[in-house]
Write a new protein. Sequence first.
Length: 144
Amino acid sequence: MSARDDDAILARELGRVGGSAGRLVGARTGGYVGGWLGARLIGNDTYEIALLLRLPFGPAVGHCDATLRRLGTPRDDGETTENRTTMRALLGSGFLNLNPALVTIIVSHRDETTTEVTIRGVAKEGLIKQRAGQKAAERVAAAL
């Protein structure tokens, strides 16, 4: 999972938002193409938070997964190894939660009673700074 993957996912999601708005005013594909192209040209707001959960690894993975499912739309492109699990979801963020943000949670085994969690929020950021990636990461961290 790279920054290029994040960009592609966010561009596709912004294209969907633009396509939905375009259909409301009678456009066919212009909203999708405009949203997708615009997302390719603007930068990202990326924010990371590191936490320690006082839970063993297995229950911590379940807790993080349930939290992402409650707050957003889970993606099935995560990775799992014996001591590390990565999961991702799309959340609405920014003004009226209209800006899609991609949140990645990395859950890592630390010891028998503690698990390390890294939360990374990424969202497209235009001229008006909404800090949507930061807000999405903070919302997930608060829910954990």
